[in-house]
Design a protein around this ligand. Structure first.
Ligand SMILES: NC(=O)c1ccc[n+]([C@@H]2O[C@H](COP(=O)([O-])OP(=O)(O)OC[C@H]3O[C@@H](n4cnc5c(N)ncnc54)[C@H](O)[C@@H]3O)[C@@H](O)[C@H]2O)c1
Length: 355
């Protein structure tokens, strides 16, 4: 059985998660690792079978000719690394959410990937959690009757969390395309963060199948008191004519249907979610028909929705999808967002939103 050669760029938290999962999978060989921080690179190498190391992703790619070009850097360097991945001749590029920081960059990335014809995967790996899959499978079984609403909330900010929330609401709604959104936003504190975002954004999505999506992300989103860990205070679910089902990222799942009420365990766990996420890359590389659940095309739909929500907050009114042209939504939010400080849904948020 052939092993796919992998190059991983970025040896931080997520890079190490990816590298460890590739290293543990017999279908992959970690052939090279890259980081501009040499101490991180040297600390990582012995844990990964001592692959080639280099601070320059392009030079390393030229030396290795990887099958998979994976990068897990902060969101400010997406286009250059997509370009490096394409130039490397890799068959698959795997990268971290968010897809990009502006719709202009997202569209550019989409054009580059489409033109190159390379497979791409974006890390919305929470969906591998048993509690996420349980809720998805219940919805897909028809147990909720005719779906009318999908919803999601998170107390973490947009560029960290909304990418995940939208991706899973699209999944729960069986991939129906979004036709328009409307939204509001508040709070400037996180606009200069490494994950630049309004402190709070809330909005609605209208999908082609008539279902509406209701989203809240950031300082004003409701508490999920069942979940103690702040970053995992997320609730994602669906309502239909015959009931509802929802997952809490750090607190299991629950549902009420015509057959009664149900609940179960599950908490987002990198050690459990990464191995199947990585295995699905091998399956897609082996067989074009086994498209990865976290494929770029799906992630891009979610990204467009996120940027359309920002545009609605900037311009007012409804924003039609798909977006016709690109812009820099974060720059526009810096101009248009009201000056007043964001209002919290719970005192605990003051620690994460001091600005
Ligand atoms: N999917 C998830 O569940 C999840 C969870 C946390 C973070 N993330 C995402 O993962 C990404 C990375 O986050 P992180 O927490 O691992 O960041 P991090 O800061 O821990 O790691 C980033 C690493 O990339 C390196 N780097 C930056 N630019 C580089 C370049 N040009 N070449 C080589 N190395 C470079 C840095 O030196 C650093 O070691 C972010 O986009 C974040 O949103 C996803």
């Amino acid at each position: 059985m052939n092993r796919y050669k992998v190059l991983i760029v970025g040896m931080g938290k997520r890079g190490m998660h990816h590298a460890a999962a590739f290293h543990a999978n017999a279908r992959f060989q970690v052939a090279g690792i890259c980081d501009i921080d040499n101490a991180r690179l040297q600390a990582a190498a012995p844990k990964l079978g001592n692959p080639q190391t280099c601070a320059d992703a392009r030079a390393l790619a030229r030396a290795i000719h990887p099958d998979v070009f994976c990068f897990c850097t902060l969101p400010n360097s997406r286009s250059a690394l997509i370009q490096a991945g394409i130039e490397s001749g890799a068959k698959l590029i795997a990268f971290e959410k968010p897809v990009a920081l502006t719709s202009t960059e997202g569209m550019n990335i989409k054009n580059m990937l489409d033109t190159a014809g390379v497979k791409a995967v974006v890390s919305h790996q929470h969906r591998y959690g048993e509690h996420y899959r349980k809720v998805h499978d219940l919805i897909a079984s028809g147990a909720l009757g005719r779906l009318n609403t999908v919803y999601a909330t998170a107390t973490g900010w947009m560029m960290h969390m909304l990418s995940h929330l939208v991706d899973y609401t699209l999944w729960f709604n069986n991939g129906a395309p979004a036709q328009w959104v409307i939204a509001q936003a508040a709070g400037r504190g996180k606009l200069s963060d490494s994950h630049p975002s309004p402190d709070y954004i809330a909005g609605f999505i209208h999908f082609s199948n008539g279902v509406h999506g209701v989203l809240e992300c950031g300082a004003g989103a409701p508490d999920v008191p069942e979940v103690p860990y702040w970053w995992r205070k997320c609730r994602i679910g669906a309502q239909g004519t015959d009931g509802f089902a929802e997952v809490m990222t750090g607190g299991g799942w629950r549902a009420v249907t015509k057959n009664g009420s149900f609940s179960g365990q599950g908490s987002m766990n990198y050690d459990l979610d990464m191995p199947p996420y990585i295995q699905d890359m091998a399956d897609w590389l082996d067989d074009d028909k086994k498209v990865h659940p976290c494929n770029f095309a799906t992630a891009y739909e979610g990204f467009e929705i996120m940027m359309a929500l920002c545009r609605s907050a900037i311009l007012g009114g409804q924003i039609a999808l798909p977006l016709a042209s690109g812009t820099d939504e974060i720059a526009a939010l810096k101009v248009e967002l009201p000056l007043q400080k964001v209002l919290f849904s719970m005192p605990e948020n003051a620690k994460e939103y001091p600005g």
